[in-house]
Design a protein around this ligand. Structure first.
Ligand SMILES: Cc1cc2nc3c(=O)[nH]c(=O)nc-3n(C[C@H](O)[C@H](O)[C@H](O)COP(=O)(O)OP(=O)(O)OC[C@H]3O[C@@H](n4cnc5c(N)ncnc54)[C@H](O)[C@@H]3O)c2cc1C
Length: 524
């Protein structure tokens, strides 16, 4: 059995995986990498979600890659434009040539003896299971389950005769023109789709158990538009990016340090955009403090405008049951519906569901601590990429990729073969990974890695501080432990190991094919 070997395997070809590819090929030039992608397409989230109006809720000058400026006029962009941007980036830099589509990584087993990972990958196109090895594994798998969103049991749902849809599996043929639509949920997805659907539907009603904070922001960035008149695109975007980073940090800090002030400001912002006498406190004044849950952005107050124009409405109440043609509320009120959208959220999933083991001992993500927001305690040669919850995902995801490149280069320079953040996990005070009280976060908290109150186990949620640590901070900190280079050098392999030419035309791999796994370190 011939086993292909890669220097680095990246899992996932979404926004993060494509960004990782760019960083690896520009900062670790000698290293060869492959990207395994379970789906047939690039883009991850931006390819999966197809509901009406799908868009970013953070500005594109921070959501776009710092190395490829966003050319669009709008700061808040629609989903198809973002997908196009990710795909064009992959094409422009030749990252797409490194991707193997329909390759789902099922398990990754680290052998201390072999000092490398053995991956078991399912090829969805032909049903075959492929094995390969790599020196370093980088998970860019996003944070939620692709197969299905969170779908709580709604009493009577099976009786409903109309269309019952979930945003994660939006039927392309669904025609909602002139239909009565009820959207269950109050998160970013509900807030995004309601104004878009309200343009064609007879009426859209949002049913929420409790309200969320909504912040209206201009869809266009006036500063960037002004700067574009006399500065090149890159320079104008860079200034807009830093402006938005600092404003974002400012808003977050205000919410955390002066929640009453922030609450009042948010409430006033909503009231200003709604008809006088509207029940703002009932529908838009949450029980929790600002930024205890992710804030929903409303570009140009679009949701508020739909409500003011009578095309959409909000009901804040518990659902009693769903009937053949309506949703009955606990008050007895009945909302007639042709279409029900269950915008009830995502199911979080750690590490893309990949089963990870170190010397045959299964790694349970929920029992690990996160090092610099990027590696797992005591797991060697492994990193993963997660973005911010309080700012654009890419800001942190890119820092993670830059850090991984620095780490790989450091190892190369010093002749190290392994690196692992070592810690006695029992000695750390475990805190949830994400400092949010949202349902989807709370449901998954036990299964996710933990953070601790002190660095480097603390998630800072602050781009400026993270930049200092990830881009500028020292690599050797006494916690990240390094091991010596694998004893064999190329051309000096023991018997049974065959140096061969590159085996894949799709992607460039280190031109070494092993006739069998070396020795017996793996049990997978
Ligand atoms: C509707 C919606 C709107 C959002 N809007 C914003 C926003 O405005 N701003 C923001 O900052 N963030 C937003 N987010 C968060 C968003 O997920 C990130 O912006 C970003 O797209 C995440 O990119 P990613 O590549 O890390 O993950 P994903 O986009 O989830 O991509 C992960 C990829 O990994 C693949 N994969 C997973 N597991 C495996 C495996 N085992 N083997 C092989 N491949 C695997 C998946 O198929 C997928 O292609 C939004 C999320 C959603 C759901």
């Amino acid at each position: 059995m011939s086993i292909e070997h890669f220097d680095i395997v990246v899992i996932g070809a979404g926004l993060s995986g494509i960004g990782a590819g760019y960083r690896l090929q520009t900062r670790c030039r000698g290293k060869r990498y492959v990207i395994f992608e379970a789906r047939q397409a690039i883009g991850g989230t931006w390819d999966l979600f197809r509901f009406p109006g799908v868009r970013s809720d953070s500005d594109m000058f921070t959501l776009a890659y710092p190395f490829r400026p966003w050319k669009g006029a709008k700061a808040i962009a629609d989903g198809p434009s973002i997908l196009n941007y990710v795909r064009e980036t992959a094409r422009e830099f030749g990252i797409d040539r490194h991707i193997r589509f329909e390759h789902r990584v099922q398990s990754a087993s680290w052998s201390e003896e072999e000092t490398r990972w053995l991956l078991v990958v399912k090829n969805g196109a032909n049903g075959e299971t492929v094995r390969c090895t790599c020196d370093f594994l980088y998970g860019c798998t996003g944070y939620y389950r692709y197969e299905a969103g969170y779908e709580p049991t709604l009493p009577g749902a099976e009786r409903f005769r109309g269309a019952f849809v979930h945003p994660q599996r939006w039927p392309a043929e669904l025609d909602y023109t002139g239909k009565r639509v009820v959207v269950i949920g109050s998160g970013a997805t509900a807030v995004t789709m309601i104004p878009a659907m309200a343009r064609q539907a007879a009426h859209v009603t949002m049913v929420q158990r409790s309200p969320s904070y909504l912040l209206s922001l201009p869809a266009r960035d006036a500063t960037r538009e002004l700067l574009r008149r006399f500065l090149p695109l890159r320079a104008a975007n860079r200034i807009a990016r830093w402006k938005n980073i600092l404003i974002g940090i400012g808003i977050y800090q205000l919410c955390r340090r002066a929640p009453k002030v922030a609450r009042r400001m948010l409430r006033e912002g909503a009231a200003k955009n709604l008809p006088s006498g509207y029940a703002v406190d009932k529908h838009f004044n949450p029980r929790y403090q600002p930024w205890d849950q992710r804030m929903c952005i409303v570009p140009d107050a679009d949701l508020f405008r739909s409500i003011s124009e009578g095309r959409a409405s909000v009901v804040t109440e518990e659902i009693e049951t769903i009937t053949e043609g309506s949703i009955r509320l606990q008050s007895g009120e009945e909302l007639e519906a042709d279409i029900i959208v269950s915008a009830t959220g995502l199911q979080m999933l750690a590490l893309g569901g990949v089963e990870i083991s170190v010397d045959a001992t299964r790694v349970e993500p929920g029992r690990t601590f996160i090092y610099k927001g990027t590696m797992l305690s005591n797991v060697p040669n492994f990193a993963f990429c997660v973005g911010y919850t309080n700012a654009s995902w890419t800001l942190r995801a890119d820092l993670a990729s830059v850090f991984v490149c620095r780490l790989l280069n450091h190892m190369e320079r010093h002749g190290y073969n392994t690196c692992r953040p070592e810690c006695d996990t029992a000695s750390l005070e475990a805190r949830p990974l994400l400092d949010l009280t949202s349902g989807y976060v709370m449901r998954a908290a036990a299964r996710l890695p933990k953070q601790a109150p002190e660095k480097p186990w603390l998630i800072q949620q602050n781009y400026v501080l993270d930049m200092m640590t990830m881009k500028l901070g020292g690599i050797e900190d006494g916690i990240l432990k390094f091991g010596p280079r694998f004893p064999y050098t190329r051309g000096d392999e023991p018997q049974g190991v065959v140096a061969a030419s590159t085996t894949s035309s799709e992607c460039s791999v280190r031109s070494t094919t092993f006739s069998s796994p070396r020795r017996t370190g793996w049990t997978a």
